[in-house]
Design a binder for this molecule. Structure first.
Ligand code: SAM
Length: 257
């Protein structure tokens, strides 16, 4: 997967050299480039912001550097006359999908992470101040798929931390990144449930014991226990998720529990 990130703080992305994301970059699964928005400014002060039309506090990111950055990273020659739903340009080349972090965006979920992991090219535009001039997004939407994405119902200083989160969630879904891909199938949010609690050695620690069933070696009982714990945890911690469970995904013993 190719990923381009544009930000006025490229240094924010140094952690992407570490751990499994770093390894995915080193072995070419993730081809990530971070770009400084100011390299697309043309004045001596490298200005990227200005006061908002209509007044009010704060500054807004000017459209010109963003327009030039997006032109460079998603070249106009890739732009189809009319954007097809799959984002394919004539000749089959794939346009990047533009993701713009915003507290007013679509909530980021594991389902969205899966969707993004199937893209071949993601382009992230990190806003700062009061955000990016709306015309940048409106213009981009005439030639590529644009998604404003929110990390949650709170406000950050900028889009950089949101991009770090999104990239980590997406990278671990790319083929070959996790040693044991089976763990993806069993974790929280994959089947609309939270994962059951996990334990490791020692069996007893500071007066707390690992549940007997997990030490029994009885795989059927262990699976049943984990399923019951996952259902109970989801019901108490995330009643919204529990209410949204598809009844067809529940077996007879789930319904009895
Ligand atoms: N004025 C904006 C509003 O009220 O919607 C908030 C701007 S915020 C201070 C600056 C930038 O931080 C945003 O453009 C966005 O890139 C990022 N940001 C802030 N909160 C975010 C969130 N919850 N999810 C994703 N990005 C966020």
């Amino acid at each position: 997967m190719r990923v381009d990130v544009v930000s006025i703080f490229p240094e924010y992305f140094t952690p992407l050299d570490l751990s499994l994301v770093g390894r995915a970059r080193a072995n070419g699964v993730l081809r990530l480039a971070v770009h400084d928005l100011r390299s697309w400014t043309h004045d001596v002060h490298r200005t990227v912001d200005d006061t908002p039309y209509g007044g009010g506090p704060g500054m807004v990111m000017r459209p010109e550097p963003w327009g030039d950055a997006l032109d460079a990273l998603a070249p106009a020659e890739l732009t189809p006359a009319g954007l097809s739903p799959d984002g394919l340009a004539p000749g089959g080349s794939t346009l990047p999908r533009l993701l713009v972090p915003s507290p007013a965006g679509e909530p980021f979920t594991q389902a969205m992470a899966h969707e993004l992991a199937s893209e071949s090219h993601l382009l992230f535009a990190c806003g700062r101040y009061e955000g990016i001039d709306q015309r940048v997004l409106d213009h981009a939407a005439t030639r590529m798929r644009v998604t404003e994405v929110s990390l949650g119902d709170y406000v950050l200083f900028g889009g950089e931390v949101a991009v770090l989160v999104i990239l980590e969630a997406v990278t671990r879904l790319l083929p070959g990144v996790l040693g044991n891909a089976g763990s993806l199938d069993e974790e929280s949010h994959t089947h609309g449930l939270l994962e059951a609690p996990m334990y490791t050695k020692p069996a007893a620690w500071r007066g707390h014991e690992v549940p007997e069933v997990l030490r029994s070696g009885d795989h059927g009982r262990i699976a049943r226990w984990r399923r019951d714990e996952a259902l109970a945890r989801t019901a108490t911690r995330r009643p919204d998720m529990f209410a949204a469970l598809d009844p067809a995904s529940l077996d007879k013993r789930d319904r009895a529990a």
